[in-house]
Design a protein around this ligand. Structure first.
Ligand code: ADP
Ligand code: MG
Length: 625
């Protein structure tokens, strides 16, 4: 029989497949199953109006057979099948897209969805097989055909007896080579695994004989059960994806089980989001907001992304483009018939539809979080404690372009109560004359609330935000303001609060400040009479753009940066200890110098900064006690 040649572009593609170094050769199974499912869709559709089909919805199925000895893998369906012309057209030409044409023909009904708008699908079989046979009979025809090809040298078609409509694709699996293992595709467990992974939600049963070792009847409960190997036909796929089922038919337990199984999570999700969108892109999504940080979340092993399906067929395990960085903790799946099975990662990255989906999902997630904050504060707060850092990174990254989206999701501890507050609640509580939103940074709420420079803000009755995470200050700096109110660090020179402190003796004070400055040398960049201190004698504030928290942060992550905040020592000129020092200047300068050193070290300690020489400091204190 004369061999027919593949069309030239098919030939090229075929060559690619045969010599493929593609690492995911396993997807061939997904492709063949998807074709079988398409073919069944077609016959199933015909059967709605044509009694002669003689099959009910429940009779359609896909059978897989493995014959390890002869290295044969078969995929059989009872779908619509192909005639001679179809074989020529569909399997001899690439991008035949039979599904697409069928879809156009059936346009008026729009009831049936068919995947794969263009096809390299079938040829992927040649990644794992050196010979492929397609034994098929088209519904309504008397004769069947066998199409055979060993790859690029062409194919033959000959008539063959076949009882019923449908197709059997037989793969002669390649021999293993040094670098490639093909025999895995002859292992039952491997095939079953692949079906679960890629084709679990195909709507027809995918059936295969599975051989398992089982306890013999009657011996299951005895102490020494006897085992036998039993081979039974099993349905490998679960057929209906959970996200395709109406929400009212799915229990919370089922949603949670899916979350745990699919994403290897252990926590109870803080929120389960289901969404169904019809529009420019039609899709369904099932998303989970975790309540606990995944153990590898802050490592590079953690992969952000959602699973992408096309009508129940997995096309990408982790589609990063679907989630913005600040929502990288979200897990879930997106299913859209608008994505082609064969779309490559490179193409997807620039895909317009994908961007549309990503945008609407981001909005959805944001709104769900905002509504959780409003309606279920407790859950939101525990979620926020886990993922606050990630949301704050979202605000500072990309030049702050997401800040308006995220600012209302932020919470801080504050002097108002021991509960977290939102910025909007803070602003609502502000007395009319309060100009700024005040914040202070430090290691803990306890240490911040005792900062001397916080005193004047607190004594005014103004609320103070406690920023205990290293990222907090960057976050507020990026936000710059909230509802027209600027953020103000208690370290700033001008807190916008009228000082109630008056200086008794301005001239002596100027002299005293100079004295302290000279004593300390370049350990400090400035010594000033404080307007902030009420009961404390001293504090250390940072001048210029770098705060002490930034200094500490950079010294941990980047010690070589040598980043240092400019130290400004503030003295409370009305404090007894400071007054004592002033009185010593000129009469006992040595002692006055000791006071200056002690003030300096005290200020460092209160600011949570290391002091240069602790034992010297201790001696100094003792010497004047
Ligand atoms: P696509 O599925 O995107 O159309 P494929 O390369 O996977 O591209 O398949 C090419 C065509 O071959 C299909 O459109 C279909 O017409 C035909 N075909 C493949 N497998 C089968 C099958 N099992 N039953 C009927 N037709 C099939
Ligand atoms: Mg296909």
């Amino acid at each position: 029989m004369a061999k027919k040649q593949f069309k030239s572009e098919s030939k090229r593609l075929l060559d690619l497949m045969i010599n493929s170094i593609y690492t995911h050769k396993e997807i061939f199974l997904r492709e063949l199953i998807s074709n079988a499912s398409d073919a069944i869709d077609k016959l199933c559709f015909i059967s709605l109006t044509d009694d002669k089909v003689g099959l009910n919805r429940g009779d359609f199925k896909i059978n897989i057979t493995v014959d390890k000895e002869n290295r044969i893998l078969k995929i059989e369906d009872n779908g619509v099948g192909m005639d001679k012309e179809d074989l020529d057209k569909n399997l001899g030409t690439i991008a035949s897209s039979g599904s697409y044409r069928f879809k156009q023909e059936m346009e008026q009904t729009d009831d049936i969805d068919i995947i794969g708008q263009f096809g390299v699908g079938f040829y992927s079989a040649f990644m794992v097989a050196d010979k492929v046979e397609v034994y098929t009979k088209k519904y309504g025809n008397d004769t069947g055909y066998t199409w055979t090809s060993s790859g690029a040298d062409g194919y033959t078609i000959k008539e063959a007896e076949k009882d019923s409509a449908g197709t059997v694709v037989t793969l002669h699996i390649k021999a293993d080579s040094e670098n490639e293992n093909y025999s895995e595709f002859l292992e039952q467990y491997r095939i079953s695994e692949l079906v679960k992974k890629y084709s679990d939600y195909i709507r027809y049963p995918i059936i295969m004989d599975m051989t398992r070792s089982k306890a013999k009847e009657g011996t299951e409960n005895s102490e020494k059960p006897e085992y036998e190997t039993v081979t039974e036909a099993e349905t490998l796929n679960s057929m209906v994806p959970i996200w395709q089922r109406p929400k009212k038919d799915v229990t919370d337990e089922e949603y949670e089980k899916f979350y745990h199984d699919k994403f290897m999570a252990f926590d109870k999700p803080a929120k389960i989001i289901t969404t169904s969108v019809e529009g420019v892109v039609t899709y369904k999504a099932l998303l989970y907001i975790p309540s606990k940080t995944p153990f590898d979340f802050y490592t590079k092993d953690y992969k952000k992304g959602l699973q992408l399906y096309s009508s129940g067929v997995l096309i990408m395990e982790n589609c990063e483009e679907l989630l913005p960085e600040h929502f990288r903790f979200v897990k879930g799946v997106v299913d859209s018939q608008d994505f082609s099975l064969n779309i490559s990662r490179e193409v997807l990255q620039h895909d317009h539809q994908l961007k549309t989906v990503a945008k609407t999902l981001e909005k959805k997630i944001k709104n769900e979080l905002a509504s959780m904050l409003k309606k279920d504060r407790e859950t939101y707060e525990s979620f926020f404690k886990e993922f606050s850092r990630n949301l704050k990174y979202g605000i500072v990254s990309d030049y702050g372009m997401h800040k308006d989206n995220l600012k209302d999701l932020l919470m801080f501890y504050s002097s108002n109560s021991d509960k977290l507050t939102t910025l909007s609640e803070y602003v609502d509580r502000m007395p009319e004359e309060q100009k700024y939103i005040y914040f202070a940074t430090g290691e803990s709420v306890a240490s911040i609330s005792k900062l001397p420079q916080a005193e004047v803000v607190l004594s005014k009755g103004y609320e103070l935000l406690y920023c205990t995470q290293d990222i907090d200050e960057f976050t507020l700096q990026t936000l710059a303001e909230y509802n027209g109110k600027q953020f103000k660090s208690v370290d700033s020179d001008d807190l916008g609060i009228e000082s109630e402190q008056t200086e008794d003796n301005a001239e002596a004070n100027t002299e005293a400040l100079k004295f302290v400055r000279d004593t300390l040398g370049d350990k400090v960049s400035e010594v000033i009479a404080s307007k902030k201190l009420v009961s404390h004698p001293v504090c250390m504030t940072a001048k210029g753009g770098i705060s002490f928290e930034m200094e500490k942060y950079f010294n941990t992550v980047q010690p070589e940066s040598g980043m240092k905040a400019q130290r400004c020592l503030e003295l409370n000129m009305n404090h007894e200890a400071v007054k004592t020092m002033i009185s010593l200047i000129g009469t006992d300068d040595d002692k006055a110098k000791k006071y200056a050193e002690i003030f300096y070290n005290q200020a460092l300690l209160i600011a949570g900064l290391p002091i240069e020489n602790p034992s010297e400091y201790a001696d100094l204190v003792c010497s004047i006690m």
